[in-house]
Ligand binder design. Sequence first.
Ligand code: GLU
Length: 551
Amino acid sequence: MQTTTETSASPESKPGMQKPQTMQYPQERSFYDGLLREGRDAPTRAEIESVLAHTGLTTDDPRLATLRGVLKPYAMSDAVPFDALLPALRGDGGTLLRRALRGDLTIPDFDLFTSTLKKIFDDVTGIRTGEVASYIPQLARVDADAFAMAVCTLDGQQFSLGDDATPYCVQSTCKPINYAIALDLLDAEKVHRHVGREPSGRSFNEITLNSAGLPHNPMINAGAIMCASLIEPQNSSADRFDRIIKTWRAMAGDRPVGFDNAVFLSERDTADRNFSLAYFMRENGAFPPDTNLQSTLDLYFQCCSITVDVRQMAVIAASLANGGVCPLTSERVFTSGTVKNCLSLMASCGMYDFSGEYAFTVGLPAKSGVSGALFITIPGVCGIALWSPRLDALGNSVRGVEFSRQLTRAFNFHTFSDMVSDSGLSNPRRPRAEISADEATYLCAAAAAGDIDELRRLLARGIDINRADYDGRTALHLAASEGRAETIAYLLERGADAVKLDRWGNTPLDDAERGMHHDIVARLKAAAGRPFRATATARSLKPVLAKAGPK
Ligand code: GLU
């Protein structure tokens, strides 16, 4: 095979040959062998799940449906033979699984990373200062000492601690999401005709506007009420809320989020300040014409009353860290431009009157809420969600802020930490150069395996579909060599180049012809647009390219 990419011999590529499974799938066999304990020839289901858990992936991950199906008939202590596990190591989800087993995920040593998070969590748990918010009666009734933390990386590695399954209401952490929805609906210029981008330097619900008569930014109450007014005002209240809740669900990895009606009613009954803010903005002509204040305020209160647990919120934060694409489903929820704007304002205005100090010491985009919610976005790495209801005098979760401080004392996550060469901080991410070099390899491996789910994930990250490996081989070359008709259709629909030459001067069409994959030859010829010329050109260049060697 003319490639450095990890691929497997398969029945499709070797018609007529019947080898035992083990010999046919050497790559998969070596991954399987990696699961074996000393002196055993098959791992148990429990052992497989345990190895997986150490990588940060879990069997309830939507991307690992094949593995879930494969393991289902086995009890935890049952041995799982190679032939049974094989479908999970190939095809949909297989590439992700193999990457995990190879330690090629966003945070390769996930155990080490999470053990540090646990130490910080345990340390911070001892803090009992601060008061639960009481101005919304329902919020005053939560367990003041509840504490939860969750992390989700760009590859969907997950870890959580404490009250991680307890739903809490999101309060102000809905503000960046509403801002992002408004940005995607209207574009930044139109949104910022109604809301500024400067920190206010004042309390989150203070009755004040900027010199243009607009709310200072979308992260304080006035600005958030304004953003709510911009979300599909022409639609019914039900449709507007539905739109918002669907966005939350999509960001959370397609897991339904909740709604706390008691908080909503309680908040609406005690909302004199937010009503005042809305009327003050209307008096100053800040709203678009015809804005209905009552339905705008209701929508804002409803958004504050959405409930999630920290595991969901970490996935939401990771979707932002991933430029708007949910790591668990690969669904693009926001455009990358929207996410850039949203994170910029979270970085400057997300932590109430502590935003400047937080930017200085922690240096990460974050947003807190009066329920004790806090989420942190580490662009390109992960999202972290915290929930601890005791608040400091500025309205931030006391434990949340202390956790953030210790996080950036342990890891080089502060936006500018790399400026300090001898900071001594640990870097848990895979090196960028390594990731970039591997992108082509991943793309080609996924194409060779016919793993369309993995291709979708890689492309969603912005990897060029025509990215070639060291040998000039692209995903389309590999899919053609392996006769993957469905994968070829998928790649061609997304702009894969049908006449790209590899190091030996071969196009994907050449590979398909050589492999005698007649069904896909016609498809590739049609895509090339110049049925025979492309191949002819390629062939005429072959000797030249072969002499020139690798590019
Ligand atoms: N619903 C709360 C309010 O409007 C949100 C405040 C917050 O979390 O900052 O007062």
